[in-house]
Design a protein around this ligand. Structure first.
Ligand code: GLU
Length: 448
């Protein structure tokens, strides 16, 4: 039986297959001659599960989809301050190859337009690197993201270079303002080779999933990028990734994305998944016609719009508060972030706690954010000040120490709480066995 998600991708492809509007980029034969009917889609979750449909294994040149990755690579290598000296992060609202720089620093406005991308490529490997060094570092980095060895198509690259007058003029302009130091021709050669790295739709889904996963490759667990570099890259993608269609894209699709002139389209849902599509026919903005349609369907069907609050309410952080004689067990669940910690504190403040012992059962907690931990400890501290003894069941060590922000140590008892621990395995995998939260767990045997 086909996995439901793969079948869903097949359905999406069937829904857009009939659309034959737009046309292949035709400024070089290698793009003009690509089969305009090719159609592929792939999705990779942050757990490394990959689903694909259609022509997901067909190779095409990465083109502008390389831009966010090389920006991330440069920020990782030099830090955002150095990178910001040569490129901004404002949406331009202009075409990708516009000859535009900001007024003050004469920097390209963002790394997703060609001027910005050419400037960023020159940072890779530092000023001492040769063109060959840079190309190899870029190829190797993109290969690491794709989890397979990628190659540069030098025939395509040569072909692009014959039509590179506009990019050359951008490079001369950048050199004139000291944004790049390389010879203008060299700068365009490294940038064009970067655009000529060959990928498949599946490769792009993996690469996107690395960004979605905060820089850790979901397939091999290797850290490729720092989390703040991924966040920054996704932020720039969301405001400038779709050429001059970026505003409408965020309104209607709401997925940080980057498209390329060969017909690829890559989108990233932070913390969830990477998605990619391939269909070479482009609209007037240079984005794949069927790719845009696929992303619209995906965003709507799966509720993936980044700005949608409806699907993100998640589970209540407090599963139950149950009192047995002197003991009150507060069972927490899910991810404890600012929002859920706030709701825990609120629930506790509304609850009339009898007895003198509060036990926090964190067996069902899947993760905790810094702010969540901070607020939770402050809540425990407050309870202690009110005269309650505090215990915690924390098998995954979500709260490794009990110091509050002012240095006070909360006197947490780990031994006394053990009999209250939720039976995690049973509860997680056999939903039917979950105790009805209204009834609460049975009193532990030693209570008698
Ligand atoms: N090689 C192309 C250029 O720089 C890439 C353009 C694109 O994908 O938008 O002109």
């Amino acid at each position: 039986m086909k996995a439901p998600i793969s079948s869903y991708l097949d359905t999406i492809l069937d829904e857009v297959r009939y659309q034959d509007a737009g046309s292949n980029a035709d400024y070089i034969p290698e793009l003009a001659n690509k089969d305009p009917n090719s159609l592929g889609a792939a999705m990779c979750t942050t757990s490394g599960h990959i689903y694909s449909a259609g022509d997901a294994e067909v190779e095409f040149s990465i083109q502008s989809i390389s831009k966010p990755f090389i920006y991330a690579m440069a920020v990782q290598e030099h830090g955002i301050d150095v990178v910001s000296e040569i490129v901004g992060m404002e949406p331009s609202g202009e075409a990708f190859n516009e000859l535009s720089l900001d007024r003050e620093g004469h920097r390209p406005v963002n790394p997703m337009i060609n001027a910005g991308a050419i400037a960023v490529t020159q940072l890779i490997g530092g000023t001492g690197a040769t063109v060959e060094d840079r190309i190899e570092m870029i190829r190797a980095f993109l290969s690491e993201m794709a989890c397979r060895q990628l190659r540069v198509d030098y025939d395509l690259c040569d072909s692009e270079l014959q039509y590179a007058d506009r990019n050359l003029s951008l490079a001369h302009m950048l050199r004139n303002y000291d944004i790049i130091q390389d010879d203008a021709h060299d700068a365009v050669v490294s940038y064009t080779a970067q655009c000529s790295v060959m990928v498949t739709t599946r490769d792009l889904a993996f690469m996107s999933a690395v960004l979605a996963n905060g820089g850790v490759h979901p397939l091999n667990g290797k850290r490729v990028l720092e989390p703040d570099v991924c966040r920054l890259t996704l932020a720039v993608m969301s405001s400038a990734g779709m050429y001059d269609q970026a505003g409408r894209w965020m309104a209607h699709v709401g997925i940080p994305a980057k498209s390329g002139v060969s017909g690829g389209l890559l989108g990233t849902l932070p913390g969830q998944l990477g998605f990619a599509s391939y269909s070479p026919r482009l609209n007037e903005y240079g984005n794949s016609v069927r790719g845009v349609r696929i992303f619209k369907l995906l965003s709507k069907d799966m509720g993936l719009h980044l700005m949608a609050a409806d699907d993100r309410a998640g589970v209540d952080a407090v599963r139950s508060i149950v009192t047995y004689q002197e003991d009150t067990v507060v069972t927490l669940q899910g991810m404890i972030n600012f929002n859920s910690a706030e709701s825990i504190l609120y629930e506790l403040s509304q609850h009339e706690i009898s007895g003198d012992h509060v036990i926090f059962d964190m067996t069902r907690v899947s993760g905790i954010r810094r702010m969540g931990r901070f607020l939770l400890k402050e809540g425990m501290h407050l309870l202690e000040e009110k005269g309650f003894r505090i215990s915690i069941v924390d098998p995954d060590d979500h709260v490794p120490d009990y110091r509050t922000v002012d240095g006070t140590e909360i006197h947490v008892n780990e031994q006394e709480s053990a009999p209250f621990a939720t039976e995690r395995e049973d509860d997680r995998y056999h939903d039917d066995d979950c105790p009805d939260p209204d009834e609460g767990p049975q009193p532990p045997a030693w209570e008698g």
